[in-house]
Design a protein around this ligand. Structure first.
Ligand code: SF4
Length: 375
């Protein structure tokens, strides 16, 4: 692998831009955030898309915008309600930042997304990529986007073979993206680059339908599948999360506190981190997990959070004396709790994990219903 990025000749840029825009106008997907150039809607879509695929994000996006159609409605909503509408997307800090950002838009910018790059960067959760995307798409400002897809497209089109993980390559691609940007249609150009990276110049590229198939340098060199060199993920942490259905007086316990490793900002069932992991355990949970009445279920489901490969498990414990439970959890700094109906688990624990736990539980309940000899 070359360690130094190559210099790019820019004479071909005008023609390549035209081919790209022509392809985009004929092939772009009709997506709800493309219907009008409303900066608030584009901002919400960009934040949702940061870690979520379009197909998974669309139904959540439409519900979210129906409930929070403008920055003011998002600012005024409770954090809990925003989290409920975010459910299924994960990475809840994004939703918290959106809410804080909405407040900033209302308080400082008359409820509008700002028009300068510097002001956009002051919005919580908005970095250079999001600022460039919103400003170019909504206001046609000349800022180039550079995400993983765009890096892959540029690297192949211009045969950039240097180490894709090096900061020198990043800087080089940043400059290249800015120079390649179409000054007459920066918003469409950025969307077209992202769309090409999502639909055609995917990890295994579909070159025959690419607008640059006879101009792409990686394709000409037969290296379209090798660029960019894949990075090795070697920091996976495998662990178990064992969730506790703690019942008292026919209600389930949900807790929220900032001192734990996951779900610091939303209510969840109490859980213990198990297996070989680098995180400490919390003494207050041990009392419940070592209770003789605890029933541990054997089945499990898979889940992942950032670099954690997680095996989900669950156990159940019924305790008569709710006051005893509250005395124990009341000693944990910053811990908030509430009791809720089990039928509301998905709403009260707004993560896709709650759905997976319910599936495990339903499966177990059905097995228990089977007559003996039919197992
Ligand atoms: S020709 Fe192939 S490798 Fe080159 S930009 Fe198009 S899809 Fe990507």
């Amino acid at each position: 692998m070359n360690q130094q990025p190559t210099r790019i000749e820019s004479e071909s840029f005008p023609e390549l831009r035209i081919f790209l825009l022509d392809w985009f106008r004929k092939n772009k997907r009709e997506l709800p955030f493309r219907i009008n150039k409303n900066a608030y809607r584009i901002w919400v879509s960009e934040i949702m898309l940061q870690q979520t695929r379009v197909a998974a994000m669309l139904p959540i996006y439409e519900n979210f915008l129906e409930r929070f159609p403008d920055p003011n409605s998002l600012k005024e909503a409770s954090e809990e309600e925003v989290m409920k509408y975010w459910k299924g997307l994960g990475y809840y800090s994004r939703a918290r930042n959106l809410k804080k950002g909405a407040a900033l838009l209302v308080d400082r910018h008359s409820g509008k997304f700002p028009k300068t790059y510097e002001e956009a960067l002051e919005i919580p959760g908005v970095g250079s990529y999001t600022a460039s995307a919103v400003l170019s798409i909504a206001y046609n400002k000349t800022y180039a986007v550079l995400d993983g897809n765009v890096k892959r497209v540029l690297s192949r089109l211009f045969l950039v073979e240097s180490d894709p993980t090096s900061s020198a390559t990043d800087r080089f691609l940043g400059t290249l993206a800015r120079e390649f940007l179409n000054p007459d249609s920066p918003g469409d150009h950025n969307e077209a680059m992202m769309e090409l990276g999502a639909l055609v110049c995917v990890p295994i590229p579909n070159c025959p339908v690419c607008p640059w198939n006879d101009r792409c340098k990686a394709r000409a060199a037969g290296k379209e599948k090798e660029i960019p060199a894949s990075k090795v993920v070697d920091n996976w942490i495998e662990l178990d999360l064992n969730f506790l259905f703690l019942r008292s007086e026919e209600k389930l316990l949900a807790v929220k506190y900032p001192g734990r490793r996951f779900f610091k900002t939303i209510y969840s069932l109490p859980f213990r981190v198990e297996g070989k992991h680098p995180y400490g355990n919390e003494p207050w949970l041990e009392d419940f997990f070592s209770d003789p009445g605890l029933s541990q279920n054997r089945s499990n489901a898979r889940h992942s959070i950032t670099n954690h490969k997680i095996r989900l498990r669950y156990c159940e414990l019924d305790l008569k004396n709710r006051k005893d439970v509250e005395r124990k959890i009341g000693s944990v700094p910053g811990l908030e709790w509430k009791w809720f109906d089990e039928s509301e688990l998905k709403e009260e624990f707004p993560s896709s994990i709650s759905g997976k736990l319910l599936k495990l539980k339903n499966k177990r309940d059905k097995q228990q219903e089977l007559p003996v000899g039919n197992v």
